[in-house]
Design a protein around this ligand. Sequence first.
Ligand code: PLP
Length: 414
Amino acid sequence: MTPFALKNGQLCAEAVTFSDIAERFGTPCYVYSRAALEAALDEFHQELIGVDSLVCYAVKANSNLAVLNVFAQRGAGFDIVSTGELKRALAAGATPKKIVFSGVGKSKSEMEFALSVGILCFNVESAPELDRLNEVAAHLGKKAPISLRVNPNVDAKTHPYISTGLKENKFGVAYEDALKLYQHAASLPNLEIVGIDCHIGSQLLDPAPFAEALDKILLLIDQLAAKGIHLHHIDLGGGLGIQYKDEQAPTVKSYLQPLLKKLKDRSLKILLEPGRRLVGNAGVLLTQVEYLKPGEVKNFAVIDAAMNDLARPSLYDAWHNIVPVVPRSGKSINWEVVGPICESGDFLGHDRPLSIEPGDLLAIMSVGAYGMAMSSNYNTRPRAAEVMVDQSQVFLVRRRETVEDLLALECLLP
Ligand SMILES: *Cc1c(COP(=O)(O)O)cnc(C)c1O
């Protein structure tokens, strides 16, 4: 599925040229392909036909309401980490009974709200969280459905900032403590144990660690059963990687088949929490070249998008392909592609061979995940617009912020 391709010398999103989008909505602008979003979710659903399962999209990867709505319409559930994300999912048409709540720091009010909505499961990450949730549920006269997020201590071999399944991470409960904590949970009257959960990291390109984690979790499930604790579901988290450059991303089939085989004879519902995989390659950041500053040591192309719009290059040293919307035939030279922000770390790409002139449009590829979602207003830069393309139509799904929007939240001293 290549929703973004050259047609008649112009880069297009489905059937619309990026030049048209820039003219109508301005730059910088996030552009999503509805077909690409749907295809990514369908790839999971295809492998899960006939399997008792639920794909819970990890909202944090891209929380735009229209994106969530596309997934909700196709039957997806949601993995949320805050009241804000829960309200987004509900506003986008999510079914509460398809929502799981992850995160190490759930506040009392977040628990109250999720309980009142009636979500599928709280993925609990510590002993004190069990006690707090039990108390909050008791106060509301409810039983909170829970899983424990267990840290299987496998090495996901990814960037240290996005590896979450090792002992030194803040996430989850230690594998060795899980049995004891489940027994504690079973003793709390306002909790109902429904499952077990793990999430070992992000942008994983090797399916092996997932299988390794599952083996450990299954061992634990057997130990729990021996103690009379029976689970209804197993949540294998997210983390499946995508292709950004020349890496080989596994197919969903090669990721899921080994896991489904291990789970075949268990009567466990399977939950998955993919984020990046569902949205990463479905989004592009459309931007314009403002100035060219060729120099003795480096050539700088200053564009109108910056690290506040797309933090991944500065934050993780992530590589995103940068391609001209209307390619020129002239000779390419290497450019440092940078934004207008007053930080040396404000770059979108290093050493990119491009043939460009001021005013040219560029597309920064594979930014559908952790792009807009991690954007900020640094340098009082209003956030970019977001649009969704559906075949030959383009819909504005978040209007560009104005400076007035930003100032409206502040006031002078009396
Ligand atoms: C971030 C996160 C996900 C999604 O991760 P991806 O790498 O985007 O698939 C899923 N589950 C939990 C608990 C997370 O924190």
